[in-house]
Write a protein that binds this ligand. Structure first.
Ligand code: PEP
Length: 248
């Protein structure tokens, strides 16, 4: 199995306007990218085309969400077919804000994932436990349950990046320690080995998200099962370039 390529995603969430997005595009375009890293930025849906047209070709652009069918009477939703039609290849699904602010279930997220993959998109599939679940010793149980929903669907794992994002670490400034993150990533890889295959376990990229900054990225990135990051707040700032280069 080939080495897992480092991947760093920037989830802008519901932030940005043309002026601030121009600033982000400027520092990313100036940085020259990093030929050893897959860089994926995820602007709000109204700006997907604008970002795609202005950002360097070696930086990929992802939607932050999509629905589970191609078209129809689903006011407010966007489909994988539309994301593809914009010339994009990636979507984030199952982000903790979708799960916990908008109440998306494991089942709905699995259906969306299957449809996105069948439509030809790659998926950043987010999982992670809440604080009370970690404190109750249920971290693995929650991660495995969220993953099992797509294991049951027999998906194409070569098109999936798993983002382990403990909910207590997202937007809180409380980053998981490199040891905590590595422990979770290792258990997720072990789960893939048991439930899917040795090959999928070895080749699937598992990235960490939750208050990643330019200061903590290097230590996290040294851990054997951490294959990159999904970054929220810090992806809006020039420090994002340092996170992209954390392993270099
Ligand atoms: C995220 O939104 O996926 C995230 C990890 O946010 P932050 O980096 O701001 O914690």
């Amino acid at each position: 199995v080939a080495a897992r390529r480092f991947v760093v995603g920037g989830n802008w969430k519901m932030n940005g306007d043309h002026a601030t997005i121009d600033g982000i595009i400027a520092f990313l375009n100036q940085s020259g990218g990093n030929s050893d890293v897959d860089i994926i930025v995820s602007p709000p849906a109204p700006y997907l085309t604008y970002v795609k047209e202005h950002i360097k070709n070696n930086i990929l652009v992802a939607a932050q969400n999509c629905y589970k069918v191609a078209k129809g009477a689903f006011t407010g939703e966007i489909s994988p077919a539309m994301i593809k039609d914009l010339g994009l290849q990636w979507v984030i699904l199952g982000h903790s804000e979708r799960r916990h602010v908008f109440g998306e279930s494991d089942c709905l997220i699995a259906e969306k994932t299957v449809h996105a993959l069948e439509s030809g998109l790659n998926v950043i599939f987010c999982i992670g436990e809440k604080l009370d679940e970690r404190e109750a010793g249920k971290t693995k149980e929650v991660n495995f349950r969220q993953l099992q929903a797509i294991v049951d669907k027999k998906v194409d794992w070569s098109k999936i990046v798993i983002a382990y994002e403990p909910v207590w670490a997202i937007g809180t400034g409380k980053t998981a320690s490199p040891e905590q993150a590595q422990e979770a990533h290792e258990s997720i890889r072990e789960f893939l080995k048991e439930k899917v295959s040795q090959d999928v376990a070895a080749s699937t990229r598992i990235i960490y998200g939750g208050s990643v900054t330019a200061d903590n990225a290097a230590e996290l990135g040294k851990k054997g099962d951490i294959d990159g990051f999904l970054v929220g707040g810090a992806s809006l700032k020039p420090d994002f370039v340092k996170i992209i280069n954390a392993r270099s």
